[in-house]
Design a protein around this ligand. Structure first.
Ligand code: SF4
Ligand code: MG
Length: 323
């Protein structure tokens, strides 16, 4: 079975310009060779601290920003080779929802108009009655009542605004939704409600999710598989069960040690990493993680970049010592 989405050696480097002549001063290695696949109906959690390149990866997949190199394939088409018109058509299949729905919802448009915009752009309804019925249907699908139609985004709570963002994404009946920290700004109880909604919608519409989050606890129960990113690279990827029970990469171990376990008798030892995440401008040589890795071996780890290799079935890790 061909994957729905394939990301192949994706790279995004930004130049930072400055100085007298506005010459490039430095290069930010935001995404540094990311490869993964996503099967239809699957949820892949993409996890890492802020600045690791996960959002940039998500945006490159939809070509909201242009990758520096690498390829993205979706449903048999090479996204990275599409022209403007074809890209617009692709927006019907791939949608993104953001962390802060307030920033992405036009404050001067009613909720009905926000959701209806996509229907109009893609000419998805024929008559006015059709159009209105579809908006009501979408609102109800995300658990909001039809009388919210003529209200404005500021009249809603954070959780409700995220539901509006989801309804807008659903308007075009997409196959893939990139959820970029979609629940990160919400209270834990509201988070759980929105995650439940996303799971129900997935089952109902056979949706595929790329679920971006900065900590492992959010993706544990939602993701089929989880990929861990550090400074622009995937360091480990495995099924959720495997990753949570048998993490291989020292960075995954550290992230996992910060996840609270409900059963207090099963205490995990907290691994505190030294220092902060280094800047993606001129990242460390060799293994990007070597400046903070508790088990590094020098000089190897500082000179050679470890490749992502398969350790056991479906479990991939990029580390010289593990796997
Ligand atoms: Fe640590 Fe070396 Fe493995 Fe990198 S390659 S995670 S520095 S042991
Ligand atoms: Mg982000």
């Amino acid at each position: 079975n061909a994957p729905l989405l394939r990301v192949d050696k994706l790279v995004k480097h930004f130049g930072i310009k400055g100085g007298f002549l506005g010459r490039e001063q430095a290069r930010v290695h935001a995404v540094d060779g990311v490869t993964f696949e996503l099967a239809a109906g699957e949820t892949l959690g993409l996890v890492g601290e802020s600045g690791c390149g996960k959002s940039t990866t998500g945006r490159c997949i939809l070509r909201l920003i242009e990758p520096t190199s690498g390829q993205v394939w979706f449903d048999g088409r090479e996204v990275t080779a599409l022209g403007k018109t074809e890209l617009r058509a692709l927006a019907r299949d791939m949608q993104i929802i953001f962390q802060d729905p307030y920033a992405s919802l036009n404050p001067r448009m009613t909720v009905g108009a926000i959701i209806g915009e996509a229907l109009t752009i893609h000419k998805l309804t024929k008559t006015r009655a059709d159009y209105e019925a579809r908006i009501v249907d979408l609102l109800e699908t995300v658990g909001l009542s039809a009388d919210h139609l003529r209200r404005y985004p500021h009249e809603f709570s954070g959780g409700q605004r995220q539901r509006i963002g989801i309804a807008r994404a659903l308007a075009v009946s997409p196959k893939l939704i990139v959820c970029d920290e979609a629940v990160s700004a919400l209270d834990v109880s509201i988070q759980a409600q929105v995650i439940n909604l996303l799971e129900d919608l997935q089952a109902k519409f056979n949706l595929t999710y790329l679920f971006i989050a900065h900590d492992l606890s959010v993706v544990e129960h939602t993701s089929t598989r989880v990929a861990v990113m550090y400074l622009g690279r995937i360091v480990e990827i495995a099924s959720s069960r495997e990753l949570y029970s048998r993490p291989l990469h020292p960075y995954t171990e550290a992230l996992l040690s910060a996840v609270p376990i409900p059963d207090p008798t099963l205490k995990r030892k907290r691994i505190m990493l030294q220092g902060d995440v280094p800047s993606p401008i001129n990242p460390p040589t060799g293994c990007h993680f070597h400046t903070r890795c508790p088990v590094k071996q020098l000089p190897l780890c500082a000179s050679e970049s470890p490749e992502l290799k398969q350790s056991s079935d479906g479990h991939w890790v990029a580390c010289h010592l593990r796997g």
